[in-house]
Write a protein that binds this ligand. Sequence first.
Ligand code: SF4
Ligand code: SF4
Length: 135
Amino acid sequence: MIVNISKKKVKSDFVTKVEELSGQNLLACYQCGKCSAGCPAISQMDILPNQIIRLAQLGLKNELFKSKSIWVCASCMTCNTRCPKGINVAEVIEAVRQILLRKRKDHVELKDLSEEEKREVPPIALIACFRKFTS
Ligand code: SF4
Ligand code: SF4
């Protein structure tokens, strides 16, 4: 992935917003990769959880917004428990999703789902919510 890094992006409102919504200090991450190593959804992701944190640190919002991974994350919180720096990676991913959803940009359109997907998606969403609000 080729990206343009600038001081302006690192100090951007986007970075502040992600930290505010997630309650996490992004710069605490030292890229050990333990979050990614334990993620059960990794096979479906285009960028790894530790890479999501790196992109968020650098304010590279467009790369994050177009990533499939932020929607694949099931909020299982495994990454949170594995992080040696105490970073709640799942909350960072949730923050990126929230920023997009507040722009009314949904990743999935209901009309585009197959019948099989419509049967499977609600339980996945319910389990993710349950874990999020009871952890
Ligand atoms: S486990 Fe924590 S410190 Fe390590 S890469 Fe993931 S977020 Fe960063
Ligand atoms: S919360 Fe998301 S990123 Fe973290 S381990 Fe679970 S599926 Fe992977």
